[in-house]
Write a protein that binds this ligand. Structure first.
Ligand code: GDP
Length: 137
């Protein structure tokens, strides 16, 4: 069993597709172990995406991620990290495989509907960023 972090980004929250996205997870063997809706501050977003701080799109990424509420979710299941990445599809929705979350709900490379941890190590750190042990059930 693995746990991974998913974030339903501001574009998807604004569109009202929280339920549709969670259905993709639950219909594909990923269980919701923790969930909350919150507004990221600029400080939070910069810290969460610190790994991308030298990338040219860092400013846009932080601005976008703080443009409205997000839903953060701990997903649990067999191979949860890879399974979630598979369900999400490629970073650029134009390149995302048919039937993936990004192909179906995302508009552009920055407003791309969801975040998902890309390794088990990052998943553990990202989960700790948002949730205490007691909140994960
Ligand atoms: P992910 O793991 O598929 O989310 O992709 P990355 O870790 O490479 O990038 C993190 C996030 O940065 C992506 O989900 C996008 O929201 C954003 N991003 C990546 N590349 C670009 C880009 O070229 N331009 C902009 N504006 N945002 C980008």
């Amino acid at each position: 069993m693995e746990q991974t972090l998913s974030i339903i980004k501001p574009d998807a929250v604004k569109k009202g597709v929280i339920g549709k996205i969670i259905d993709r997870f639950e219909s594909n063997g990923l269980r919701v172990a923790a969930l909350k809706k919150l507004q990221l501050s600029t400080k939070d977003a910069k810290e969460f995406y610190a790994i991308h701080k030298d990338r040219p799109f860092f400013g846009e990424l932080v601005e976008f991620m703080t443009s409205g509420p997000v839903v953060v979710i701990v997903l649990e299941g067999e191979n949860a990290v890879a399974k979630n990445r598979e369900l999400m599809g490629a970073t650029d929705p134009k390149e995302a495989a048919k039937g993936t979350i990004r192909a179906d709900f995302a508009e552009s490379i920055d407003a791309n509907a969801v975040h998902g941890s890309d390794s088990l190590e990052n998943a553990n750190n990202e989960i700790k960023f948002f949730f205490s042990k007691e909140e994960i059930l």
